[in-house]
Design a protein around this ligand. Structure first.
Ligand code: SAM
Length: 200
């Protein structure tokens, strides 16, 4: 694991015990809307404290990964909220150990703000998703408004230090650079939060 990845992982280990209290980026109803679209063999990347567990629909079989032991420990406490089987694994999204074309659905919520090399992580998402599968991304990103974008650039070091998350990532560009094909997109919170459904 490179130094940058080790640093971000440690920040999430540190913030894991108060993460739920601090995190207000995505409402439960929007999260539910994203997660309800999952089907079949599901990979949740960067599961965090397991906030999506209650929303998985019947029939899903979920594998959930995170590189932070602290976040995984919090997620373990929420497993009983899921109506479907959930397996937790410690794994780096930038170097997954799954074979190509493994999952029907790959889901990530507020993850590619943190993955140290987001394009590498998104290429892995694409690799492990079956060709006829779907990728669901619920992500916050840099504002398209020039002033707000600049403010996010200025405040980013604080968020990166306190939580481990960047607030100024150009995630749409990263998705495109990874070769993921966006088929539908919904914008929220002044276009800062986007719900994306895509093909690998
Ligand atoms: C902002 S939190 C979001 C957590 C959860 N998905 C949610 O919606 O509440 C980002 C999560 O991604 C994880 N993460 C970041 N980079 C990662 C990587 N390279 N591999 C695995 N997990 C990663 C962090 O440990 C953290 O749990």
């Amino acid at each position: 694991m490179d130094q940058r990845t080790e640093t971000i992982k440690k920040r999430y280990d540190r913030s894991s015990s108060y993460y739920d209290w601090m995190d207000r980026m995505v409402s439960d109803s929007l999260r539910e809307k994203a997660v309800l679209q999952a089907f079949g063999k599901v990979l949740e990347v960067g599961v965090g404290t397991g906030k999506s567990f209650p929303f998985y629909p019947e029939g899903c079989e979920v594998t959930a990964i995170d590189f932070s032991k602290g976040m995984l420990a919090q997620a373990r406490k929420k497993i009983s909220l899921a109506k479907v089987p959930v397996t937790l694994l410690e794994m780096d999204a930038q170097e997954m150990t799954f074979p190509d074309n493994t999952f029907d659905t790959v889901l990530a919520t507020c993850v590619f703000c943190s993955v140290p090399d987001p394009v590498k992580g998104l290429k892995e998402v694409r690799r492990v998703c079956k060709p006829d599968g779907q990728i669901i991304l619920l992500e916050h990103m840099r504002s398209e408004n020039p002033l707000m974008g600049l403010l996010m650039d200025i405040l980013n070091p604080i968020s990166l230090y306190v939580i481990g998350s960047n607030i100024n990532r150009k995630t749409m560009e990263n998705i495109e650079a990874a070769g993921i094909q966006v088929s539908a997109m919904e914008e929220h919170r002044g276009k800062i939060v986007k719900l994306i459904v895509a093909k690998p």
